[in-house]
Design a protein around this ligand. Structure first.
Ligand code: HEM
Length: 489
């Protein structure tokens, strides 16, 4: 049984969205001077902002948090000496932008992306991602200010501000509601990590509804944290640095450099809100109370209610299955975004095997809505004047997983982008596109419909794979001089 006390150094982003820290910015950086960057990283002012899993009980008392993640090149530049017996997996080493991989992921126009994990014609490669969260608006002070980063040998490729107007926070109940720029509630379905207290809370909450269904979302920690038991009952693979202290040298060190780390999939997705709203207006619900076409495309009502009828009163917006309640897709179309992203109980010979299969391909989503031009320095009244929620331009999508191949890449290639997903005839994810036609079918017991010529509602403008080390590994990187040899490129 996994003991959470033994992994206090997992970066808290795995276990927390920090939604109470409504202000957030993503800093994409290149490491120009590795020695200065190591010094910058090991300052108390930086290390003090990093939040560990072990500190999460006190999360609500915190005003600021930081998560730090590296591309493969970034790790090499800081001195990583990859262990020949335990190398990083090829998906991470090669990067999201590697041409064969980009093709397999159905990523279009990768050469014109603004940034990535590999350099391209117009694309700048980044080495380091800082996700910086605060309760109050940012000022240009402290270790993440532009001059401090520059002094730390770090070149800012892009600072991506987010728009806090997309997080509704109820300070009395301590609950946060997330929305995305097309107007839908987001962040509703997340895997529940086996070790978290949330599991028992949710089970308690749902016991009277359907206890077994509550277990559908409980996933082994090792699906997201390296070196912990995963859904196969194995310890998820953790790569190593040849310089990492052996167990004898340091009793407290996790077994490998990669232990307690995670992989971050970052997709910087521009959303064409005007196109989406025009399409929505042109496709009203066929009758009062029926879902609109855009709600069918997502698979939920705008307020988050699932289109699939829930077996019991919907105390929980995540308490539904497809095979049992909607095998034909008459309620929630087969090609909707949420069915493609997580087919739940459908892929197996029965509910149990379907759920077990889906658990091998889950993602923790931690992205936020990034901001466009905004006159409101702190987004206090942002967007509300024109009836929109905020100045959101798109989603800075972040997914965490322990196995890029089996989790993100599988979901993207086999489900989201696959033209024959659920035996559909050459279609793509209606929000994200893919390898099929830009079409969307709505199944019906009488006559179904197929809408063709869907506009491109979203567009990728950047993205890459990052490694989020455990805090012991991060300290090690910051404090260990690289082995002598030619400098990493
Ligand atoms: C701008 C792009 C995107 C938009 C607007 C969007 C929107 C949404 C919305 C509204 C939901 C339903 C709310 C919820 O269940 O949390 C959802 C669910 C989800 N999305 Fe996306 N999404 C986007 C990109 C992506 C990408 C790139 C992926 C992964 C490749 C993804 C994976 C998921 C997953 C796994 C779920 C949960 C499905 C479930 O378990 O029921 N999304 N998305």
């Amino acid at each position: 049984m996994f003991d959470p006390v033994s992994t206090p150094d997992v970066q808290a982003l795995v276990y927390a969205s920090f939604a109470q820290l409504r202000h957030c910015r993503y800093l994409l950086l290149r490491i120009q001077d590795p020695a200065a960057a190591r010094r910058w990283l090991r300052q108390d002012a930086v290390m003090g902002l990093l939040k560990a899993r072990g500190q999460l009980g006190r999360e609500t008392a915190q005003d600021e948090a930081l998560a730090v993640a590296f591309t493969h090149t970034g790790l090499l530049r800081l001195g990583l000496q990859e262990d020949a017996d335990f190398p990083f997996p090829s998906a991470f080493r090669e990067g999201m932008n590697q041409p064969d991989r980009a093709r397999a992921l159905a990523d279009a126009n990768v050469e014109t992306w603004r940034w990535g994990d590999l350099p391209g014609e117009q694309r700048q490669d980044v080495h380091l991602l800082l996700a910086h969260f605060r309760r109050t608006p940012f000022d240009e002070q402290g270790p993440l200010s532009a001059p401090a980063l520059q002094a730390g040998g770090l070149e800012l490729v892009q600072s991506v501000p987010t728009c806090p107007a997309f997080i509704e926070r109820n300070e009395d109940t301590k609950e946060s509601r997330l929305f995305e720029p097309f107007g839908f509630r987001d962040g509703l379905t997340q895997p529940v990590l086996h070790s978290t207290a949330e599991r028992s809370r949710r089970l308690q909450q749902r016991r009277e509804i359907d206890r077994e269904m509550a277990d559908d979302s409980v996933v082994a920690d090792g699906e997201f944290v390296l070196g912990l038991p995963n859904e196969y009952g194995d310890l998820s693979y953790a790569p190593d640095d040849a310089r990492w202290p052996s167990a004898g040298a340091s009793a407290n060190a996790p077994p490998h450099f990669g232990s307690h780390g995670s992989y971050l999939v970052v997709r910087h997705i521009r959303q064409h809100v005007d196109r989406f709203e025009a399409f929505d207006a042109a496709h009203p619900p066929p009758r009062e109370g029926a879902p609109s076409l855009t709600e069918q495309m997502v698979g939920r009502r705008k307020d988050g209610a699932p289109l699939v009828q829930q077996p019991m009163p919907p105390a929980d917006l995540d308490g539904f299955r497809f095979r049992v309640n909607d095998a034909e897709g008459f309620q929630c179309p087969l090609g909707s975004h949420i069915r493609r992203a997580n087919p739940r109980d459908t892929l197996g010979s029965d509910v149990r095997s379907g759920v077990a299969n889906a658990k091998l391909h889950r993602l923790i989503r931690r992205g936020r809505v990034y901001a466009g031009e905004c006159q409101q320095a702190d987004h206090g009244a942002c967007g509300h004047a024109d009836g929109r929620r905020g100045c959101g331009k798109g989603l800075f999508f972040i997914a965490l997983n322990a196995d890029l191949d089996r989790q993100f890449e599988f979901v993207q290639q086999r489900w989201i982008a696959h033209p024959q997903f659920a035996d559909l005839d050459n279609e793509s994810d209606p929000l994200l596109g893919g390898r099929g036609e830009a079409a969307f079918s709505v199944q019906s017991p009488t006559a179904g419909t197929r809408t063709t010529g869907l506009p491109a509602f979203t567009e990728l403008v950047g993205g890459g794979y990052f490694f989020l080390p455990g805090l012991a590994a991060l300290r090690f990187l910051a404090e260990t001089e690289p082995a002598p040899g030619p400098p990493a490129q």
